[in-house]
Design a protein around this ligand. Structure first.
Ligand SMILES: Nc1ncnc2c1ncn2[C@@H]1O[C@H](COP(=O)(O)OP(=O)(O)O)[C@@H](O)[C@H]1O
Ligand SMILES: [Mg+2]
Length: 254
C-alpha cells in the first residue's frame, strides 16, 4: 500500500527552481532514502511535506488524502513527524519536557478544561506520560530523563530529537540527515534505531542521508536527486551503480 505520493512537485524560489517535477511513492512500512549532493533540493522536499513551503506545482497525498494545501499545524494530526538537519530542541528544558512536546498533537482541550482539570484531561495526561515512558524505554534514555538537553552531547541530542518525533506516534517519520554531526560509531547506532523503529512500531521512514554507509545499512528503496530533478530510483545497488548518480557524486563521466 502506498503511504506517501509525491506527484510532479516543483518549487521555485524567485529564478531558482529548487525542486523540478519530482514524483515518487513511498510504500507503507518502507525505509525510503533520498540522496543527492548539497543543494539538490532534499530539505526543500521535506519542507513541502511538513507544509513549511507550498509547492509551485504538483500535489502530495498521504494514504490517498491530498494534503497539498493543508495548514502546517494540521500536519502532525495527519500523522507526519520530522526531525531537522540542525537540531531543533529546547536546550533549556529537560529531556522529559522535550519529549512531552512531541505529544502536542493529542492536546484537544481548551484552557477552561485544563484549569478545571477534569477527568478527560487527566486521562489524556496519563496517556501522554505512558507514551513518553515507552519511548524513553525504547531509546534507553532513562539516565538522561531530568537532564537539561543543552548539557548533553550532540549524539544523545540527535537520539532525543528522534524520540520527540516518535512520541507523536506518526505514520510517516521524516528524518533529515540523521547522521549529520555524528562519528562513524554513533552513525551506525542511529542506523540500528532506525531499523528498530521500522521493526518495533511499523512506522514508515522517509530519510535524507549523506552517509552512504548508513544509507546502505537501512534503505529498502533509494531516490537520487540532483539540481532538483530525479536522477534515479531503485534498490541501494541499482542507485549506487547508476552512471548518472556516480557522475553527480564524483563529478566525472562514469
Ligand atoms: N527559502 C529559500 N529561499 C531561497 N532559496 C532556497 C531556500 N531554501 C532552499 N533554497 C535553495 O534551494 C536549493 C536546494 O536547497 P536544499 O533543499 O536545502 O538542498 P539540500 O537539502 O539537498 O542540500 C539550494 O540552491 C538552496 O540554496
Ligand atoms: Mg539539506
Amino acid at each position: 500500500m502506498t503511504l506517501l505520493r509525491a506527484e510532479h512537485l516543483t518549487v521555485r524560489f524567485g529564478g531558482l527552481v529548487a525542486v523540478k517535477d519530482v514524483s515518487f511513492s513511498v510504500e507503507s512500512g518502507q525505509i525510503f532514502c533520498i540522496i543527492g549532493p548539497n543543494g539538490a533540493g532534499k530539505t526543500t522536499l521535506f519542507n513541502l511535506f511538513s507544509r513549511i513551503y507550498a509547492p509551485s506545482a504538483g500535489r502530495m497525498l498521504l494514504d490517498g488524502v491530498d494534503f497539498t494545501t493543508l495548514p502546517p499545524h494540521r500536519i502532525a494530526q495527519l500523522g507526519i513527524a520530522r526531525t531537522f538537519q540542525n537540531l531543533e530542541l529546547f536546550d533549556h528544558a529537560t529531556v522529559l519536557e522535550n519529549l512531552l512536546v512531541g505529544r502536542h498533537r493529542f492536546r484537544r482541550h481548551g484552557f477552561l478544561a485544563e484549569t478545571g482539570f477534569d477527568q478527560v484531561v487527566w486521562q489524556a495526561e496519563l496517556e501522554s506520560r505512558r507514551a513518553v515512558e515507552n519511548i524513553i524505554d525504547f531509546l534507553d534514555l532513562h539516565r538522561f530523563r531530568d537532564t537539561r538537553v543543552g548539557a548533553l552531547p550532540y549524539g544523545v541530542r540527535k537520539v532525543i530529537e528522534l524520540g520527540r518525533a516518535l512520541c507523536s506516534q506518526p505514520r510517516l517519520l521524516l528524518l533529515d540527515e540523521p547522521s549529520s554531526g555524528l562519528n562513524a560509531e554513533e552513525s551506525e547506532d542511529i542506523g540500528y534505531w532506525i531499523l528498530d523503529i521500522k521493526r518495533h512500531f511499523g512506522i514508515t521512514v522517509l530519510m535524507i542521508e549523506h552517509d552512504m554507509r548508513l544509507m546502505g545499512q537501512v534503505s529498502d528503496r533509494v531516490l537520487a536527486l540532483n539540481e532538483g530533478s530525479v536522477l534515479a530510483e531503485g534498490s541501494v545497488q541499482e542507485v549506487q551503480s547508476h552512471p548518472q548518480v556516480i557522475e553527480a557524486y564524483l563529478g566525472v563521466q562514469a
